[in-house]
Design a protein around this ligand. Structure first.
Ligand SMILES: [Mn+2]
Length: 229
């Protein structure tokens, strides 16, 4: 049994499918997603459909919540017809998550609401952003920090010496591979796969890949962005 952890996908469905092929996922394996399935890229709804399909086909899927799923739910909770549709369709380019009348499709709401904030495994913590280690009493209840924290921080005692694996903040490939080679206590897995053409801050020659770490072998799998258009 292998345990695969996949970073931020942001609507890159073809890239995700290619990565799943590359790792030769079987139904005995576990697959963990670090959140941020939607927005920025062109097919967030398709990514969620694909993850739900894996679940329905009885793959062992463990899905975390990113700030983009959290923000979708927050915007819906504070529903305002004009701003909600503008936020989802125009700003986030995720109109496919909505019905024609502008309300969210129920299947996506259900999926987002069920997403976990973190997983604790034998030797690992998996979380989208990080933990509030500055306030120990809130460390495992501060869900805003779990989806939003940048940069992720470590605390030996609170995190029991287990390795923290997170997404949310784009890291250059070299930073990711170095953390894995050194078995660092914090391992970032977001290489900004959606940004293969331009980015206002990052050098796009060092980002643009969807990363997957297999936890038993510590092998890193990379899939270059293959989205069209
Ligand atoms: Mn994020």
């Amino acid at each position: 049994m292998k345990r695969f952890v996949i970073g931020d996908i942001h609507g890159c469905l073809s890239t995700l499918k290619a990565l799943i092929e590359k790792i030769a996922l079987s139904k005995n394996d576990q697959i963990y997603f670090l959140g941020d399935y939607i927005d920025k890229g062109k097919d967030g709804a398709g990514v969620v459909d694909f993850v739900m399909q894996l679940q329905q086909e009885n793959y062992k899927v463990f899905a975390l919540r990113g700030n983009h799923e959290e923000n979708f739910l927050y915007a819906y909770k504070n529903y305002n017809p004009k701003t909600f549709v503008k936020f989802i369709r125009t700003i986030n380019k995720s109109g496919d998550l909505l019905e024609d009348d502008g309300l969210p499709k129920q299947k996506y709401l259900n999926f987002f609401q069920k997403l976990d904030y973190f997983f604790e495994l034998d030797n690992f913590w998996l979380v989208h952003g990080g933990f509030n280690v500055a306030q120990p009493e809130k460390c495992f209840t501060d869900t805003i920090t779990m989806v939003e924290k940048k940069p992720a921080e470590y605390h030996e005692e609170l995190l029991k010496g287990k390795t923290l694996i997170h997404g949310h903040q784009i890291h250059y490939l070299e930073k990711i591979t170095t953390a894995i080679e050194n078995k660092a206590k914090i391992i970032p897995l977001d290489n900004g796969c959606v940004h293969n053409v331009r980015h206002k801050i990052y050098d796009v020659t060092k980002i643009g890949q969807l990363a997957c770490l297999e936890l038993n072998s510590f092998e890193l799998f990379l899939q270059k962005n293959i989205e069209e258009g």
